[in-house]
Design a protein. Structure first.
Length: 529
């Protein structure tokens, strides 16, 4: 048992739903208790789809558990087939149904339907949503393409010299973070180097499209969390190479084009200059100088976390002080990335641990999911969302990719927006008693009435106050003398939280009970060494 209030991912059948809801002509019959239809709202409200996802639930009730729930599966499969006429039928179970073990996949396959019926094994007590999507996509592609796998040793035909190279974009799904616009941006990017997009899947694909996948020269694994298994299988079975660089950020987009060039055997040098992105100039312009060294804590899915860390360190001049992910399957990528930036990786799906780490690190900016937005709000730290899980505002009406050169523009604006602007930051440090531009005021570009910002220092205090805060024990034994508190206030608000934490840590190490002005400066000298 694990006490859970917030969960970064849903159960694996939600991942399966994301794949079928992305496609046309595929239907999922889900053996699930009454009430599981809540998941429809993710698609109709958060993603604001105009149609229900193509899912039929068996919706068994408590009184049916004594009877024949297997019969219910067969009726639901029959009715779903008659009504929706899918070209492929998937059958899976939600968590509760997994316990009754009705084997719905086998039951459906035994019904002799005239279309492919694929059964999904979704271990709901061991795996999560992204794994479910990855597995479902893989089973679909494998189920449809297995009869077409060439004999071992037969290599794909080389591309005729007069045909442009073509690529499949694999991995985008409904409820994926900015997938809709990323696909458009990457399609444009590939077109700029003379590569055509052949099949995009699962988003917008049909079963017939999946059958055309092997005709492309290579695959682009846009979202490893949902497509790495499929890409690996296609590589093994059809000899289709995979472009693995995810083009988020200017550097990564250039590397992506390099990899495309290498795999497709084409020249990409001219297209690599990011004339269509303003981000490199914006981040070099003098207004961005004050961004240098801003301390950032990143927590997200692995792909977006690793991409964000590179952008922070190499393109925006931030300092990465922490990085983590909730996606255990991709923990290795994040660990390697953490090593590159000399920070401790955090691999957890417990948001309380993320909150604890944020309170310890006292970053000046958090980049994360919807959960980090809440954590940052409690700690008074500016925050921007970079990855799922996200809420409705991150399925925007406007064009808002993360990938490619335009994606870098969007990211620059999004990440800088929550920070106090340079001039205001400077003025507040100089005139901290001003009635309007005081330490605890919200940055004025975010609106004066949106509530009082709790500066990073208050964040430390909030964490101390919180009953489950790990900091309570240490901090409770240490007190601050009034003059030391006054002196602490002279430190600019955005680094004050860090100074407070460091001083408390120093006092604890030295066995000091009351922090004086002298302790404050001793700690400064100690950590400044
Ligand atoms: S079956 Fe799983 S997803 Fe459905 S209500 Fe129960 S715990 Fe939630």
């Amino acid at each position: 048992m694990q006490l859970t209030l917030w969960s970064y991912e849903g159960p694996p059948h939600i991942g399966a739903m994301r794949v079928v809801a992305s496609m046309d002509g595929v239907h999922l019959v889900l053996h699930a208790p009454q009430g599981d239809t809540y998941a429809d709202l993710l698609f109709t409200m958060i993603e604001r789809r105009g149609t229900r996802p193509p899912v039929t639930y068996t919706t068994f009730q408590a009184r049916e558990l004594g009877g024949d729930t297997a019969e219910l599966v067969k009726t639901s499969v029959g009715e779903a087939f008659e009504r929706f006429k899918p070209r492929v039928l998937l059958v899976g179970e939600a968590c509760t149904a997994e316990l009754i073990q009705d084997q719905p996949g086998a039951l459906a396959r035994g019904m002799g339907l005239p279309v492919p019926v694929l059964s999904l094994e979704l271990p709901a007590y061991a795996r999560k949503e992204c794994w479910g999507a990855n597995e479902t996509f893989y089973q679909l592609v494998r189920g449809l393409l297995k009869p077409r796998v060439p004999e071992a040793g037969r290599h794909p035909e080389p591309r005729p010299a007069d045909r442009r190279p073509r690529a499949n974009l694999l991995g985008p799904t409904t409820l994926g973070f900015r997938c809709r616009d990323d696909v458009e941006e990457v399609t444009r990017l590939l077109a700029s180097v003379g590569v055509d997009v052949h099949v995009v899947a699962p988003l917008g694909a049909t079963p017939e499209d999946l059958l055309r996948i092997p005709e492309a020269d290579f695959n682009v694994c846009l979202y490893p969390e949902t497509a790495d298994q499929t890409c690996l299988w296609l590589e093994r079975m059809f000899g289709q190479p995979t472009v693995k660089t995810v083009p988020i950020g200017i550097g990564a987009t250039r590397d992506f084009l390099d990899e495309v060039g290498r795999i497709a055997g084409i020249e990409v040098a001219d297209a690599k200059s990011p004339i269509s992105s303003r981000m490199p100039w914006y981040s070099r312009s003098v207004d961005s100088t004050y961004l240098t060294g801003k301390r950032v804590f990143i927590f997200a899915d692995a792909t977006h976390a690793v991409a964000a860390a590179r952008m922070c360190a190499e393109e925006l001049g931030f300092t990465v002080v922490g990085i983590g992910t909730y996606a255990r399957e991709f923990a290795r990528d994040v660990r390697e990335c953490a090593k590159r930036y000399g920070v401790e990786p955090l691999i957890t799906d417990d948001y309380l641990e993320v909150e604890k780490r944020a309170a310890e690190l006292q970053p000046e900016l958090m980049l994360g999911t919807q959960m980090e937005r809440h954590i940052a709000k409690r700690l008074g730290i500016p925050c921007a969302v970079i990855s799922a899980p996200v809420h409705v505002q991150d399925f925007p009406a406007r064009y808002a990719p993360q990938m490619g050169f335009e994606g870098a523009n969007v990211i620059f604006d999004t990440w800088v927006h929550p920070l106090m602007m340079g001039l205001e930051e400077h003025l507040i440090t100089m005139f901290r008693e001003d009635f309007e531009f005081h330490d605890a005021a919200t940055p004025s570009h975010l609106g004066s009435r949106v509530g009082t910002r709790r500066p990073a220092e208050a964040g430390s205090q909030a964490a101390v106050e919180s009953a489950d805060s790990p900091m309570q024990a240490d901090a409770s034994t240490i007190t601050w003398a009034a003059e030391a508190e006054q002196e602490l206030k002279k430190i600019p608000f955005f680094v004050r939280g860090k100074a407070r934490r460091n001083t408390e840590r120093f006092a604890e190490e030295q066995g000091i009970q009351t922090i004086t002005v002298e302790t404050l400066y001793d700690a400064k000298a100690h950590f400044g060494r």
